[in-house]
Design a protein around this ligand. Structure first.
Ligand code: F6P
Length: 327
């Protein structure tokens, strides 16, 4: 491989708190190693459009604490085409950018892998998504912050739920995964959690509501992952209200607030570590890999593996919710 002198960085897919900290780390580590750093705006679409700017150290000052992404993010349809990727590669050549760091999730890495293979461009991925649904890393950048934000919101809802003896169904994000839901459920002492990974006919929930829950003098919280197979918090609440017309039920969908806000110290440190690890991996001739963290150690996982495999929910944590909601 030719010596890498210029490294480009982009953020892709849904933004996540801590992406800015990762951009900062990539840029500073690139400069520290005597190379030049280039920011690519609006993800792969910016690479196709040539929306590229040289970044100096001061361009990433004062961003470690900020949510969102200074490089903006997008989901590009054009990059899914051979022609789109060819334009992106041509722009990299024009700017003499030798290698690319992609901060994003599953879909972004699928694009990165094809792009790297088609054009012989070294690419390293950094896991940035609130969903935590990437195989090969214990945590993705943004997950911890999103959980903190959701827990804060649920704690507030619990106050009003308790004041009115209400049953709340609270929907959290996570796409097809229940990582946010499960952690939020345990942290808030929820009575039940519904996640996409477990096929549920609502029997457990109805058992709890029928036997252990007294709507006349207590409240209850059920956390629902947005990808849950029965159709989300609204539909579940409707079904339950039909079988329990005496319950005072409310639904709250937390939505995009979970994607915003200042990253937690955990996410800032993780993003800093992974940003530096990504640059070091490229300079060490690694390509087509994601850098991650497992058991507090930095890992390198081939894109192939992280894309094909599914990270499982910890069954012990699922059991915790059941045991601890016993009344
Ligand atoms: O992947 C992050 C995420 O926030 C998911 O949890 C959610 O399903 C999706 O993105 C929402 O996407 P959009 O912001 O495009 O509506």
């Amino acid at each position: 491989m030719a010596k890498i002198k210029r490294i480009g960085v982009l953020t892709s897919g849904g933004d996540a708190p801590g992406m800015n900290a990762a951009i900062r780390a990539v840029v500073r580590a690139t400069l520290y190693n005597g190379c030049e750093a280039y920011g690519i705006y609006e993800g792969y679409q910016g690479l196709i459009n040539g929306d590229i700017k040289k970044l100096r150290s001061n361009h990433v000052s004062n961003i470690i604490q900020r949510g969102g992404t200074i490089l903006k993010s997008a989901r590009s349809k054009e990059f899914r085409t051979v022609e789109g990727r060819a334009k992106a590669a041509a722009n990299m050549r024009e700017h003499k950018i030798d290698a690319l760091v992609v901060i994003g999730g599953d879909g972004s890495f699928t694009g990165a892998r094809i792009f790297g293979q088609e054009h012989g461009i070294p690419v390293v991925g950094i896991p940035g998504t609130i969903d935590n649904d990437l195989y090969g890393t214990d945590s993705t950048i943004g997950y911890d912050t999103a959980v903190n934000t959701a827990v804060d919101a649920v704690d507030k809802i619990k106050d009003t739920a308790s004041a009115h003896n209400r049953l709340f169904f609270i929907e959290v994000m996570g796409r097809d995964a229940g990582f946010i839901a499960l952690r939020v459920a345990i942290s808030t002492g929820a009575e039940a959690v519904l996640v996409p990974e477990i096929e549920s006919d609502l029997t457990d929930l109805n058992d709890f509501l029928g036997k252990d829950y007294d709507p006349t003098n207590s409240s209850a919280i059920v956390i629902v992952a947005e990808g849950e197979k029965s159709g989300g918090a609204m539909q579940i609440a409707e079904k339950v209200s039909k079988s329990h017309p005496n319950y005072d039920i409310r639904v709250s969908i937390l939505g995009h607030m979970q994607r915003g806000g200042s990253p937690s110290p955990f996410d800032r440190v993780l993003a800093s570590q992974l940003g530096v690890a990504a640059v070091e991996a490229l300079l060490d001739d690694q390509s087509n890999i994601m850098v991650g963290i497992m058991n507090k150690q930095i890992t390198q996982v081939p894109f192939n593996k992280t894309i094909k495999n599914t990270k499982s929910l910890n069954p012990e944590l699922l059991k915790l919710v059941k045991v601890l909601s016993f009344r």
